[in-house]
Design a protein around this ligand. Structure first.
Ligand SMILES: *Cc1c(COP(=O)(O)O)cnc(C)c1O
Ligand SMILES: [Zn+2]
Length: 465
């Protein structure tokens, strides 16, 4: 099976191909990103019914081990692994599509038209596990000794768990002062080597890429989303959405954009499904950035940068990157200035007739509170998708009767500080006694109410609310 999978440069004028078990993070000939590709003609054509049946046989061990995973249940759609024994899985991707009727009503959608794909239900609480299981499977195929990533938090949490599970040394590079404690605590607890670099995310990734290419003797396998195998696993988020809808394609997929791995993976997933004849049409794609970290918005929406069949204008990107614009947002998971998957994201936007928007931090936190209030919950970055869907609905870009799926990328408990700060005005990260107690300003804030130790007074407060 393995010879039906290979790696290929995404640049149409190069399109060089490489063996599936080579460790590459860019095309050795031209430096462009790589895709994992398949000879679909020589592979069995999967049918939706085959995937459905797997629910019945799922189990944590034995023959159902792969069906237990929401990624590998769809293994015919990412057939690079050669043989089943190589697959590293812990039952990731057991996530679901929620019909968010109350939230829909609140933000201008018809109930029954707004759905949340709840990726916070993954083992480490973010969608990253979908990609890690695939990249660890590839790391095992190539005999990696160490695995490493630069991370705004969730990638490191996921890498740390899979490294502990697979018995490989994990190394994470974290920018100083830029990580939510829920995520840092995971990396530490899973026993991974945690390096706090004095610099931002982009500096972490640059250091790590240099170490990987200049010190091959360390045997470090790179787990960031420039690794095309991670994106293969992330395609499964789209398969699960279709599965939950009896394989009906929604009208819109709305996703927060940071390093743009998800948007890259989603376009690839739908392009392949159409090529295989499993779907007839594609949903549209909306990528939502934080206003404080919006390179894609600047390039795509303001400067008109397009994929252009793969011959996109590199100078627009290079000029923006040269400015080294500092990024700052409460949505730390998307606080990224130079997204590595920009070209692939442009490709997805072209394929899926996409749009890009940005939302500010206040709007992000308000929509995070609304996602919580109506019964789901997510971390700040995830709420950008919901805020973006609302914006596009208000603009009339999304029709009133459109079926819209927002990706909730990470769990509510990832970043409790941001949540408590929003609802109380108290900054838990500052020294507790000296923390300023200001009134929470957010429109959806739910402030704790001080009450005396007195039954009648407590009853009065309850009745008043
Ligand atoms: C990593 C991450 C993102 C950004 O995803 P990209 O694929 O890099 O665009 C968004 N939300 C959460 C919670 C994340 O962990
Ligand atoms: Zn190339």
């Amino acid at each position: 099976m393995a010879d039906t999978a290979y790696q290929q440069c995404i640049h149409p004028d190069c399109a060089a191909t490489f063996e599936v078990d080579r460790v590459l993070t860019a095309c050795p000939k031209c430096g462009a990103l790589l895709d994992v590709q398949y000879d679909w003609d020589r592979l069995p054509v999967p049918r939706w019914a085959d995937f459905e049946q797997r629910w019945a046989s799922k189990g944590a061990q034995g023959r159902g081990r792969l069906d237990f995973s929401g990624v590998w249940r769809f293994r015919e759609l990412l057939p690079f692994y050669g043989n089943d024994d190589r697959i590293v899985t812990i039952g990731e991707g057991r996530t679901n599509l929620q019909d968010a009727r109350e939230l829909a009503r609140q933000i201008g959608f018809d109930p029954g038209n707004l759905f949340l794909q709840y990726e916070g239900l993954n083992p480490t609480g973010s969608f990253k596990d979908n990609g890690m299981t695939a990249a660890f499977t590839h790391a095992r195929m190539v005999g990696a000794r160490r695995v490493a990533c630069a991370s705004t938090g969730n990638t490191s949490a996921s890498l740390a768990m899979f490294a502990a599970h697979a018995g490989l040394q994990g190394i994470v590079f974290i920018g100083s002062g830029k990580i939510a404690y829920g995520k840092l605590s995971q990396a530490l607890d899973y026993g991974t080597l945690t390096l706090q670099v004095e610099g931002d995310f982009d500096a972490c990734l640059r250091n790590l890429r240099d170490i990987v290419s200049e010190h091959p003797e360390l045997g470090i396998y790179l787990m960031n989303s420039i690794n095309p195998f991670r994106l293969e696993g992330q395609k499964s988020i789209m398969y699960r959405i279709l599965e939950a809808r009896d394989w009906r394609v929604p009208d819109w997929i709305v996703v927060p954009g940071g390093n743009l791995g998800n948007s890259a993976a989603f376009g690839k997933a739908f392009g392949e499904l159409r090529q295989l004849g499993l779907i007839g049409r594609l949903p549209r794609l909306a990528v939502i950035q934080a206003a404080g970290a919006d390179p894609l918005y600047t390039l795509y929406h303001e400067q008109g940068l397009r994929w252009n069949g793969g011959r996109w204008d590199h100078s627009l990107r290079d000029d923006l990157w040269a400015k080294n614009i500092a990024v700052r947002t409460v949505a730390s998971a998307i606080e990224i200035g130079k997204p590595v998957n920009l070209p692939k994201c442009l490709r997805s936007l072209e394929l899926m007739d996409g749009v890009v928007r940005e939302v500010d931090d206040e709007t992000i936190l308000e929509h995070k509170a609304l996602v919580g209030r109506y019964g789901f919950g997510c971390e700040p970055a995830s709420a950008a998708s919901v805020a973006g869907a609302r914006l596009l609905r208000e603009e009339g870009v999304i029709d009133a009767d459109a079926e819209v799926v927002c990706i909730l990328t990470g769990h509510q408990l990832k970043d409790p500080d941001a949540t408590v700060r929003y609802h109380t005005g108290i900054d838990m990260m500052a020294a507790q006694e000296t923390a300023p107690r200001c009134d929470p300003a957010g429109r959806a804030s739910n402030r704790p109410i001080p009450v005396p130790d007195d039954l009648a007074a407590i009853v009065r407060v309850i009745e008043a609310h």
